[in-house]
Design a protein around this ligand. Structure first.
Ligand SMILES: Cc1ncc(COP(=O)(O)O)c(C=O)c1O
Length: 394
């Protein structure tokens, strides 16, 4: 039997990147105690009032077919939220609800690019971006995010990689895995390049509410001269510790949303009304649970920094999100070698930086979503392992 080319394009993605994580899971399932800092899942439940709202809505019969755009009350709540943020009006007709940021990215790229088109993305990048671009038949063009610029995309690095096939620049601020936040000046400089080359700007803002210390957040969607070419995608997965509800959205120009609607309807035939009701409550104000998580994650990033200070490893300080990245190049090991040996010899699971792009070769990504004691113990073992490796070398 024959399969479509999309299955070939996607079949080689994923596996190798997650090898350490999958090995750690298999060891844990076999009863080996593992300190697991490889992936980031909120370490608290969603707020009780959201769960209550979903339950009450279900009990009230809010489980019939919806429409393709989303429930009107949720669209209105999102429009109000984005209007407040932008300082100019965003209407419900500029929004479509989708099951999570991931689906929003997929649907958006299906609507914007096709075979041979190029999507410019910062390297390192969130591991699924390659797949959503490949699904549409397009090609990822990595734009280096340099540690010396705090991993923020610089406009000249972007401009240097533009070709006649460039169609979209995909931004992710706050950034997974580095926790970098683009400043407004950086967004505007990137926007100027996008305008000059008529590019779309797709902005993955799923970590918007997980900024540390109230660091300012900037979106191209909020810039009046970029709004028509900008599309923001987000969800309640991170902001409300609710990834399993699969509740996200896409905000763009009305013309873009009209184009996207049939793509989304073909795939989904609408959303789930009881989840829309819960999401409406979630997005109608700032998320209190996000403030609690952000404070915890910031504290843990600080703790890792302090505990690995004095070792040959260098810890990057994230400004947001659920991860920190650690430079292990001084040990002479690659990130893949370090992560594999750390798992085998110290029973600590972290992701090799190489899983996120060439720029993080020789780095690790460490999740901040485990309890303080576990992270402290993991740091002790990472430091001991690094000292052992340095000893072996000399
Ligand atoms: C940068 C980034 N984008 C998108 C997603 C997917 O989010 P959602 O649960 O809203 O699909 C994640 C999840 O980890 C992420 O880190």
């Amino acid at each position: 039997m024959r399969y479509a080319a999309i299955t070939e394009r996607l079949s080689t993605l994923g596996g190798a990147k997650w090898e350490v994580h999958l090995r750690a899971r298999a060891l844990a399932a076999a009863g080996v105690p593992i300190l697991s800092l490889s992936i980031g899942e909120p370490d608290m439940p969603p707020p009780a009032e959201l769960l209550d709202r979903a339950r009450l809505s279900m009990a009230a019969g809010r489980y019939s077919y919806s429409n393709g755009r989303g429930e009107p009350a949720l669209l209105a709540a999102l429009a109000a939220r984005y209007s407040r943020r932008a300082g100019h009006e965003v209407t419900p007709r500029q929004i479509i609800c989708l099951p999570g940021t991931q689906t929003a990215l997929y649907a958006t790229l299906m609507a914007l690019v096709g075979p041979g088109d190029e999507v410019l993305i910062g390297d390192p990048m969130y591991a699924t971006y390659e797949g959503v671009v490949a699904a549409a038949g397009a090609v990822v063009v990595p734009v280096p995010l340099r540690p010396e610029h705090g991993f923020a995309m610089q406009a000249d690095d972007l401009a240097a990689r533009i070709t006649p096939r460039s169609r979209v620049v995909l931004l992710n601020s706050p950034h997974n895995p580095t926790g970098a936040i683009l400043t407004r000046a950086e967004v505007r400089a990137i926007g100027a390049v996008a305008r000059a080359h008529d590019l779309w700007i797709l902005s993955d803002e799923v970590y918007e509410e997980l900024v540390f210390d109230d660091a300012p957040f900037a979106s191209p969607l909020d810039e009046a001269d970029l709004a028509e070419r900008s599309i923001a995608v987000s969800s309640i997965s991170k902001s409300h510790a609710a990834p399993g509800f699969r509740s996200g959205w896409c905000v763009g120009s009305e013309a873009f949303i009209n184009r996207l609607l049939p793509v989304a309807e073909t795939m989904l035939f609408g959303n789930q009304p009881f989840i829309a009701d819960m999401t409406e409550l979630a997005v109608s104000g700032p998320s209190a649970v996000a403030r609690v998580m952000a404070a915890r994650f910031a504290g843990r990033a600080q703790m890792i920094h302090q505990m690995l200070d004095g070792t040959p490893l260098r810890v990057h300080q994230p400004a947001a999100g659920m991860f920190t990245v650690v430079d292990v190049r001084a040990t002479g090991l690659t990130g893949v070698e370090f992560a594999n040996r750390l798992l085998d010899e110290e029973r600590v699971a972290v992701m090799p930086g190489e899983s996120f792009g060439a720029v993080l070769a020789g780095w690790l990504r460490v999740s901040l979503t485990r309890p303080d004691e576990e992270i402290a113990e993991a740091c002790r073992r990472i430091a001991a392992f690094a000292a052992r490796v340095m000893g072996e070398r000399s």
